[in-house]
Write a protein that binds this ligand. Structure first.
Ligand code: ADP
Ligand code: MG
Length: 246
């Protein structure tokens, strides 16, 4: 059974059909890619999935239950989280603090945050900073990290909520090649060691080809192609969509 099941979802902004009739499935434990030229509707689909806005048509199931009428916080509590194209960290807080304030989504609310033992949360935060390669930087302001390190921090912050599934919106955009490899390695390890299912929007073809077992390609708000990486890379419609988009 699919963990995420998107069925014929549509979303328009005024006259702009950002998503039309999109269906997609992600199996538990999978890493699936989502590609498409700028403006093809990728971020809109993420926003629809996590309840950022109401959808116009279709249905979205997570873990066998419909979620399209739920709020983002309720969806997060079920274990489905997203990260943003632009990082959302608190620049004037240190990394550990960022980790600690990122956690309440998964609980019943802020009160839950206090129920869990403070020392335990702190230890969890530091473990994840270590996992992200940021342990040495834990007392630095997040705003003083490089952009790539901020992306790693944001990823670690999402893991603080112990998600079942993460939606990552262009995790490698604007990062230098060395850190890209570090980040990809962490995504794979989160998937393999922590069992986090991933749906990744990615512009870098080399990255997504290596990372994903299946790729969906959007164009003008519609699903253009789906299949294994090699098939997508050689798909004539996909190639044309990218060339046409430039
Ligand atoms: P992508 O992430 O693939 O670059 P988006 O989902 O951001 O594409 O955008 C798809 C289309 O929807 C674009 O034409 C964009 O301008 C439009 N769009 C996205 N969000 C909004 C919004 N909040 N209001 C109006 N139009 C939007
Ligand atoms: Mg986008």
């Amino acid at each position: 059974m699919a963990l995420l099941d998107v069925r014929r979802v549509g979303k328009a902004f005024g006259g702009v059909h950002a998503n039309s009739d999109i269906s997609m499935t992600v199996e538990p434990g999978a890493i699936v890619g989502l590609i498409g030229p700028n403006g093809s509707g990728k971020t809109t689909l993420f926003n629809s999935i996590v309840g950022h806005h109401p959808i116009d048509g279709g249905e979205i199931y997570f873990d066998g239950r419909p979620i399209s009428k739920l709020r983002t916080s309720a969806i997060a509590r079920r274990g489905l989280l997203r990260t943003f194209q632009q990082t959302r960290i608190y620049a004037r807080m240190n990394c550990t603090r960022n980790m600690l304030v990122s956690e309440p989504h998964r609980g019943e609310g802020v009160l839950d945050m206090f129920r869990k033992h403070e020392a335990e949360r702190h230890e969890h935060a530091e473990q994840l900073l270590e996992f992200a390669g940021l342990y040495d930087k834990r007392l630095l302001y997040a705003g003083d990290l490089s952009f790539g390190q901020q992306k790693l921090l944001e990823f670690a912050m999402a893991l603080m909520n112990e998600p079942t599934m993460l939606l990552l919106d262009e995790p490698t955009a604007g990062i230098n090649p060395t850190l890209i490899n570090g980040l990809i390695d962490r995504l794979q390890r989160a998937n393999e060691e922590r069992g986090v299912t991933l749906l990744v929007i990615e512009h870098n073809m080399r990255v997504i080809m290596n990372l994903a077992e299946r790729i969906y390609c959007l164009s003008h708000g519609r699903l253009l192609a789906k299949g294994p990486p090699r098939e997508i890379r050689d798909n004539r419609n996909v190639i044309d969509a990218y060339l046409g988009g430039q």
